[in-house]
Ligand binder design. Structure first.
Ligand code: ADP
Ligand code: MG
Length: 354
């Protein structure tokens, strides 16, 4: 039931459609010589590509004619997927979950270290050892089922990021503990790809990694990137945020969920304190900030916290902006966004968090 929601937003932003698993290099129309300086951008080329990785559709577009760079970016996506996958028997995480201690790549070590830091910072609202619980609910193999209370309390004994031991070249976890980097992997990937683009002096690019948007610089015409925020209950957008050099990452109840035999809906974000899918007033949380991995982690964690605690977390940190949409048609955004958010849906009640 996973929907690739922000792909449409990406197309709005870009105004182009990309080819499938191929690179597209479009030469924009030539401009006359006297407008050359002001229209430098018009004669640049755009390279774009759509690929399927990490269980989702990804789009990459940057303003330069450089196919080799695109190949390197796609190689990096495949390399990280091969490290982080929970289902690929050769991945670091799969082996770790089977064997309790394994040698891991630098990237795996770095992401696990960063993730542990974020688990700590969010007081366990994020917990990358929830895998046994997530699997029991059926979110890994799509065989959805509501576990019994006993099953959940047994599995929760194996949940706890503090048990992860990151050593020099290996990671160790106790028997029964299992890691899932699904809440942070795409954010980390966004940071890695952004660094690679910047290292090649690309100053205008946009990545859509399955709804995780990462922007590099501004649009080629010098204006800000416009990123749509999904309506949690329909295939359209309730708001648009304008950003440059930022990640815009959303976690929502609508991304993956199922209806249990009891008639209740269960979403794919789990409260580590109870093992239950989150069911609070929030329908979605969008985090906007410099670091993809931090925004990805916080979109999940603040969702778990609920609105009140999430607002307090923002007040204590303020190194990011946030947009919260509630199940009762309210939208709250942090005050730093005031000049850069456009609320499209006029039926939403609007609140500013200060
Ligand atoms: P998505 O990647 O689907 O856009 P998230 O970034 O919010 O959404 O990550 C959700 C994924 O993280 C879930 O599919 C699950 O694998 C895992 N997960 C669910 N709840 C938590 C949690 N509290 N802490 C860490 N990981 C979680
Ligand atoms: Mg996340």
């Amino acid at each position: 039931m996973k929907r690739s929601l922000l792909v449409v937003a990406f197309l709005i932003v870009l105004g182009t459609v990309t080819g499938c698993n191929g690179y597209n290099t479009n030469e924009d129309k030539e401009v006359s010589e006297d407008t050359y300086n002001s229209k430098m951008v018009d004669i640049q080329k755009q390279t774009s590509s759509e690929i399927y990785a990490m269980d989702t559709v990804m789009n990459i577009a940057y303003y330069a004619a450089d196919d080799k760079l695109m190949k390197n970016l796609i190689d990096k996506i495949e390399e990280l997927e091969a490290d982080f996958s929970v289902s690929l028997p050769t991945s670091d995480i799969y082996k770790l979950n089977m064997q309790s201690e394994v040698r891991v790549s630098e990237d795996t070590k770095e992401l696990v270290n960063k993730a542990i830091g974020l688990c700590k910072e969010t007081k366990g609202a994020l917990d990358i050892t929830l895998y046994p619980v997530i699997a029991e609910w059926g979110f890994i193999d799509d065989k959805y089922e509501v576990p019994t209370k006993d099953t959940l309390s047994n599995l929760l004994k194996y949940v706890g990021y503090k048990t992860i031991d990151v050593k020099q070249n290996t990671i160790a976890i106790p028997k029964g503990v299992q890691i899932d980097l699904g809440s942070v992997a795409k954010g980390y990937l966004g940071d890695e790809l952004s660094s690679m683009l910047e290292a090649e002096n690309i100053d205008s690019a946009i990545l859509n990694l399955g709804g995780n948007i990462q922007t590099i610089g501004k649009k080629p015409d010098g204006t800000l990137w416009a990123v749509g925020i999904q309506n949690p209950t329909a295939e359209d957008y309730v708001a648009v945020v304008e950003v440059d050099n930022k990640a815009v990452i959303t976690s929502g109840i609508y991304e993956r969920y199922f209806k249990g035999e009891d008639g209740n809906y269960y979403c794919h974000i789990i409260d580590p304190a109870t093992g239950m899918p989150v069911n609070n007033e929030l329908a979605s949380v969008t985090i906007i900030g410099e670091s993809g991995v931090r925004c990805d982690a916080l979109s999940t964690a603040l969702f778990v916290m609920g609105l009140q605690e999430a607002e307090n977390f923002w007040r204590q940190n303020k190194d990011f902006e946030a947009v919260f949409i509630t199940k009762s048609n309210e939208i709250y955004f942090t005050k730093g966004l005031s000049n850069n958010i456009n609320i499209i849906d006029e039926d939403l009640k609007v609140g500013v968090i200060e």
